[in-house]
Every structure is written in structure tokens, then in C-alpha cells.
Design a protein. Sequence first.
Length: 328
Amino acid sequence: MPSGHFGLCTEVTPQCPVQATTLGYYPNRGANVFFAVVFGICTLVTFLVGVNRKTWTFAFAVTAGFALETVGYIGRIILHNNPWSSTGFKIQIVCLILAPTLICAGIYLTLKHIALAISPHLSRLNPRLYTWLFIPFDIFCLVLQGVGGGVDASAETHPKLLPTGNNIIISGIVLQVVILSIFGLLSVDFFYRAKRYHGRDGDGDGDGDGEVVMGKKREQARVWRDRKFRIFVGAVSLAYLGILIRIAEMSGGWGNPVMQNEGLFIALEGVMVLYPAVLLSIFPPGIFFPQMSKLRSDYGKETALNEQSSSASLREGVSSGVEAGKAQ
């Protein structure tokens, strides 16, 4: 971070060399244009598919994350033209710090809907609580990192603020890594239990009684075995790992060696977020896991119909029993 008289620099000159900037180099124009364009395409694709397939919440969170990545790399393009640009630095630091947190929110949503579609009772946590517990923590981490990013951005002209901003960012990142780790453990546990449950029961009808219950379990087993569903789960799992690694590598704060080495930055910042973005765009839940949108609009109706059918069957059974008793 600039210090001393460098705090007054606005462009590269003999008195204000590029080596004295926060990054210490001219960001590569070609690489940053590439990332901005691909993230922009992912933003558009995710938004359109989300609207068309009615996966509203997932689309909103993930599209916002991809859009911030796009803008962040536009900030780096500005820095290529002028490494001392305060505007480019602020755009880059705020957008690239916040974007992965929003993508995480979309990933949290997937486990909730997967658990509801596969077998809710196999989840150690009520599936509907995933969003209520993890997303508020995610937002809190987002706020912490946003505040830290804002302080870091101000450090462009007030260098002494850099340690404070980095400490705030690191606090948010450490908390987010802990939350992501807990989420990962719950996910692994759920899929392990689901594999045992559906593998053991064959068609998913090992326990429970009644035609409605049996039909529902067969539907759950069908979803579990569906090839598209498994591809989607694989894509989300890889995306989760990429985001976890990306967030963990930021634990050194802005201005750490990774940020000042463009090769490492492209590998650990660019690629580790880009490949999850591409996976989630190519394998969107609206197409590969349609139950995610159906659960929003049709799941409640389907459950109500099932309950009505079950009640009718029960009444019919009781009536038959009474009539049989009278006949005797």
C-alpha cells in the first residue's frame, strides 16, 4: 500500500513507480478482459435460466455474485490503464471480496431443496432451517468484509487504515470458513445417510405404510437416481470446494503476497471462482434439479393433495371396517 509521499500519487511517474502501488504491477489486460467477459456471460445465463425456471432466490444470489465478479475485473482493467487509479482499486477490492459470499448463499439454498426432495428426515437439521441459519451468518460475513473492504479502499489515501481494514476482512473470512465447514459437514452427513437409505431400500419403500407414503418414497428414490440430479450435485460440490479455497486464501488480507503476484492471483482468485461460476451456469438447478423450482410452487400443493388422499384412504378404511363389523 502506498506510504509517505506515494499517498499523493494519481498516475505512474518516475516519482510514483508502479512498484509502489498496492498490487505492484500492471494487471494483465487480456486476462482481466477474459474474466470480465466470462463472468458477464455467466451472469446473463444464470439470470435468464433462473427467471425462466423460477428458481428466483438462487438466481438472485448467484447472479449478484457473478455480476460483482464482472465489475471487479472491470476495476482491474482500469488499473491496467492506471495502477494508481483510486476508482479502479476501490471497485476491485469491494466487488471481488463480496462476490464469493453471495455465491455461497446460492449454494446454501441447494442443500435445503435437495434435502426436501430426497428425504427430509435424513437431514440432522430441519431442511427449512438451512437458509434461516446459514444465510444470516453469510450476510453478517458479507457486512464485515464489506466494511473491511471499504476501509482498505480508503487506505489508498490513508495508508495507516490498511491493517485495520485487513483485520476486519480477515475476521469475516475466518467466520465464513467456519460456517462453510459446518455446512460441508452437514452436507456430507446428509448424502451419506441418503446413500445408505435409498441403497438399502431399493425402490425407497423399506418402511412406512400407505399407498401415498410409498408413492412419495418411490419419487424420492427416482430423484436420487436421476442422472441430471447427480450431475447437479457434483457441480455444486465442486463449486463449494472452489469457493471454500478462494475464501480461505484471502485470509492474509488484501495486499498479501497472493494479491501482489499476478500468477497466483489469477490461479487462486480468478480460476477458483470462475470454474464454480461456469459449473453453476452450465448445470443450473432449474434444468438439472427442477424440484428446486417445483418445491417453491408445487411442493405445498402436492403435500396437501397427498394429505387429502391419505385422509380419504383412512376414512374409507374406517368405513369398511365398520361395515364389516355390522355384517358380522
